[in-house]
Design a protein around this ligand. Structure first.
Ligand SMILES: Cc1ncc(COP(=O)(O)O)c(C=O)c1O
Length: 912
């Protein structure tokens, strides 16, 4: 180690830094090497940087010991040019990943034949396919000096027949194994030899700050199994193998060993281990439906059923539509089929490869079962609501949830009990629903004697704008009030989160798995009983609201559903969605689910979509960890660049966690990812404890301060700069980073923001006082004259014949069908003074339809709802063009007072 490294022990647990930081470190080293070629004094800096990097570089196979030693040797030989050349070659290898296919890249003297680096999509550069590459972490007690020899032994096991190729990476301690697992995205398997030490010789302040680290001891008897469990918690997709020196039978029988794929007796069977590793990766690589579809496309099949486009003959033979065939290529048509035989399967009643594909997705996403859905999460939500709720059931629903939930309630005849998210009025958007409101709704139902009617809590996680619930806490506290509640978590935007150890515990399935483990822990009953004693026989409502309630593990029935738009955050084609199930009572609703599938799924589901769902699953299981880490890294880079750029930050800013989540919901005190005090441990604590967290990949960029409303700014970025954004609000736009983004995208965005800021700067500098005044007025109007967000008012009594006293649920289906009676409805224009008169003098204005402005995208009116002054004020101030359910020329569609009176009469007559 160099002196520099001695004086500042290298910290290797900066997991927050992300993969981009590695490229930056290499870039920095290259710059130092180049500077040294100009000035001999630069050598010390180069050596210090190299020594600092060497520690974490040991967690990756490439560049490996040989090249790192060569760099050090060049430094020792005072050969700046050789060091710079090699460092440049290494960074190219790291960034283009060419070392995966080109053995020459690993050599000190690069004389091997060069393969085109993997920077272009394969179809653009090369014809031949190559074997996918991964790395295997080997945790061993063998001295580091032996690792190169061991590495050679591993490489000798390779055979041309192998479908994949891998490189071993060696570490010697528990802590290093943990850091390597966190840092190296290419790992696909971990081999744990018994006999490693616990403590890393490196500096790990953040890791050692964590609660979890506290119960770890240096000489724990079952440290290998303990390590296996910790690794599995961080990266459940990895295959784990344990090599024991003697106690194989005992280990294999230990319940903790269920996280291992196989246990081997250490001194034998290295080839078996090699084959097991390949087989384990193959099990994730396998895509049974897609494989069959590919085979199907290659067969000479004559079709005498519908779908003339299948096989492409109607396309390629046509003078008039051949361009479509040329555009998409023949494979698309060869793989089109309406058959469910011949190697394919039926999505509606899967028994073959679609069933297998769904089971594999369940494994990947931590569920018991999965339904593939080819019509978006809009359909997944409606399926779940229909299958789980019957007419009259009460569901606690976030009023701002996606419209599919509201429509689902209409279809099911369930009664939504709307709960409100906290408002973020200054940005014209909503946050998420505070747990207190949800508990209050349940306690109100209890007080009304109607708790038995409450079947479901239906929430959006994360919200469009990135608010993540504390899913575990919400479910536990609700289950403490009603132990058999069903949870439907709409994770349309959040499917990718499964593959981040930071975000996973906050997903529906992450939390459901943690609760399931807790239910089986004998300590849980004790914790529950202790709290019951503390609460006493009759705790007040306020006490129950304030206390973090513990459910009775003996009574809980864990029933968790999650939907996600695979297409929104993973590599599925548009409309690809999944419905995930973890429900101990699933057997009791299985038939209902079949009915829901039959109701909503097309009988002609698209084959490509099904295949893409499967392929998306494969990708996430094999490289999702790195891709998601990269998406987070990109988001942090964008946030940082916007905050730090002197010109951009004059007009634009990104809302940090502290702005998106009010302090009362950030109990850990976490402020923002960009706060210099934030590190992996503080973020981890926030994710563990806080009521709400911010998904860093969802970035709200305030553009009102630059004089643009959201829609205008979105249009400008798209028309002038080819940048597509997510949603907008009055004064902001939402940017989303995902597994597709690169640092070039960041550069493009930042350059564009600089250009726009420059234009504003120039316009203001050259325009004089009047231009400045107009600009300031526009900014003020966008940033301060914002309309109050209307809360849900209440259903009209005509739709509350069967409702409780303390809760606001209503018969939304009745409201919806009231609109079908044309004579019972009327229209009044928004500007008509009649609206104001009716608001003052009555009769009530009752909406006959959903009215959903985009943005903000939540229904400001639902059928049967009484319209209040605040809703009218909001609508009158709205400056958006797209309002679903409202035609400005006709006006608001209302249920006439007479029709309402007739409805109210009916139950009375029936009762008589
Ligand atoms: C929260 C939420 N749920 C569901 C959906 C519908 O998903 P899909 O577009 O896959 O139908 C959306 C769409 O934007 C959404 O934001």
């Amino acid at each position: 180690m160099t002196k520099a490294a001695d004086s500042h022990p290298v910290q290797i647990d900066r997991f927050f830094a992300g993969p981009g930081a590695r490229g930056d470190q290499w870039e920095n080293l290259v710059e130092l090497a180049e500077a040294w070629t100009q000035d001999p004094a630069g050598r010390a800096k180069f050596e210090a940087a190299l020594a600092e990097m060497a520690v974490t570089e040991g967690f990756y196979a490439y560049p490996g010991l040989q090249l790192m030693t060569a760099l050090r040797d060049h430094a020792e030989a005072d050969d700046a040019h050789a060091a710079a050349t090699l460092a440049r070659r290494i960074i190219r290898g790291v960034l283009t990943r060419s070392y995966r296919q080109n053995t020459g890249e690993w050599e000190v003297h690069d004389e091997g034949e060069r393969v085109t680096p993997d920077v272009l999509p394969p179809t653009l550069g090369r014809a031949e396919t190559h074997r996918p590459y991964f790395e295997v972490l080997i945790v061993t007690g063998a001295p580091a000096a032996r690792w190169p020899t061991l590495g050679t032994e591993w490489r000798r096991l390779r055979r041309p027949l192998d479908s994949f190729i891998y490189e071993p990476v060696f570490v010697g301690s528990f802590e290093d194994a943990f850091c390597a697992t966190m840092l190296n995205p290419d790992l696909a398997a971990v081999v744990i030899h018994e006999g490693f030490v616990f403590k890393s010789q490196h500096n790990l302040p953040i890791l050692r700050m964590l609660e979890e680290a506290k119960d770890q001891h240096e000489t724990s008897a079952d440290s290998a199994l303990h390590l296996a469990q910790v690794v599995k918690r961080v990266r459940p997709e990895l295959d784990l193998y344990l090599l024991s020196n003697g106690r194989v039978e005992e280990i294999a029988g230990n319940p903790k060993a269920n996280v291992l794929r196989r246990v081997f007796y250490a001194v034998e069977e290295l080839l078996e281990l090699h084959l097991a590793i390949l087989e384990g990766v193959q099990a994730r690589y396998d895509t049974p439906f897609f494989n069959n579809l590919k085979k199907y496309a290659q067969r000479p099949i004559g079709t005498f059923h519908a779908l003339p486009i299948a096989r492409g003959k109607s396309v390629f033979k046509s003078d008039w539509i051949r361009d479509m065939g040329e555009f998409y290529g023949p494979t698309l048509f060869l793989a089109e089929s309406s058959a469910t035989t011949g190697g394919l399967d039926s999505l509606l009643e899967p028994t073959g490869n679609i069933k297998k594909a769904q089971d594999m997705a369940a494994r990947a996403f931590g569920a018991d079962r999965v339904f593939f859905v080819t019509n978006g999460t809009s359909t997944s939500n409606k399926m779940a609501v229909q299958a789980l709720l019957a007419p009259g059931d009460i569901a606690i629903v976030d009023r701002n949830c996606h419209k599919s939930h509201h429509y689902g309630m209409v279809l099911a005849g369930a009664q939504p009990l709307y709960v409100e998210a906290f408002p973020m009025t200054e940005y014209s958007m909503y946050g998420a629903v505070p747990l207190r409101s949800i508990k209050q709704a349940l306690l109100n139902l209890k007080a009304d004697g109607r708790l038995h009617r409450a079947k479901m809590v239906d929430l959006t996680n994360c919200t469009f704008d990135g608010h993540i619930y504390n899913t575990r806490r919400v479910m536990e506290e609700c289950l403490a009030i009603k132990p058999d509640l069903i949870f439907l978590w709409d994770e349309a935007w959040f499917g990718f989160a499964r593959f981040s150890p930071f975000l996973r515990p906050r997903t529906a399935m992450g939390a459901a798995n943690a609760i399931e483990a807790w239910l089986h822990d004998p300590k849980s009953v004790t914790a529950y009983e202790k709290q019951q004693t503390e609460l006493g026989a009759n705790p007040t409502e306020e006490t129950l609201l304030k206390t973090r309630l513990i459910p009775d593990p003996r009574k809980v029935k864990l029933r968790v559903y999650q939907t996600h738009s695979t297409h929104k955050s993973m590599s599925a084609l548009r409309q690809g969605s999944m419905l995930l199930v973890k429900d101990v009572e699933f057997h009791s609703v299985e038939q209902q689910f079949k009915e829901a599938v039959f109701t909503h799924a097309s009988t002609s589901p698209n084959q490509q979509l099904i295949a893409s769902l499967e392929v998306a699953r494969r990708q996430m299981e094999l490289e999702g960890y790195g891709l998601v880490h990269n998406a987070i890294d990109i988001a942090l880079a964008i946030r940082q660049a916007v905050a730090q750029h002197p010109l951009i930050s004059k007009y634009f800013h990104m809302l940090g966690a502290d702005k998106m989540v009010p302090a009362v919901y950030r109990e850990s005190g976490f402020t923002d990812y960009l706060d210099p005090k934030s590190n992996w441990a503080t973020a981890h604590r926030s994710l563990q404890d806080d009521e709400f967290c911010l998904d860093p990949t969802r970035m709200t960029l305030v553009c009102g301060s630059a004089g643009f409303d959201g829609t205008q700014f979105k249009g400008m970025l798209s028309d002038r700069y080819n940048i597509q954004l997510n949603k907008t609000s009055r004064n902001s736009v939402l940017l989303q980073s995902n597994i597709n983004n690169t640092r070039s995208d960041v550069a493009h965005l930042i350059r564009v923001l600089v250009e726009i800021s420059n234009e504003i700067d120039q316009r203001l500098a050259e325009g004089g006082a009047n231009v400045r005044k107009t600009f300031d007025a526009r900014v003020k109007s966008l940033m301060t004259d914002v309309p109050d967000l209307p809360n849900f008012s209440h259903f009209h009594n005509a739709f509350r014949a069967d409702a409780g006293k303390r809760t606001n649920e209503g018969d939304i289906r009745g409201g919806f069908y009231a609109a079908y009676d044309a004579a019972g409805c009327e229209y009044i224009r928004l500007a008509d003074p009649e609206i104001d008169r009716r608001l003052k003098e009555g009769p009530d204005l009752v909406s006959a339809s959903f009215v959903i402005p985009y943005p903000p995208g939540f229904p400001i009116m639902v059928p049967g709802q009484v319209i209040t002054q605040e809703t009218i004020d909001f609508m009158r101030k709205l400056d958006v063009k797209e309002i679903h359910g409202y035609d400005a020329a006709e006006g608001l569609k209302l249920v006439r007072a007479e029709a309402l009176a007739k409805r109210m009469d009916k139950p009375a007559k029936r009762a008589a």
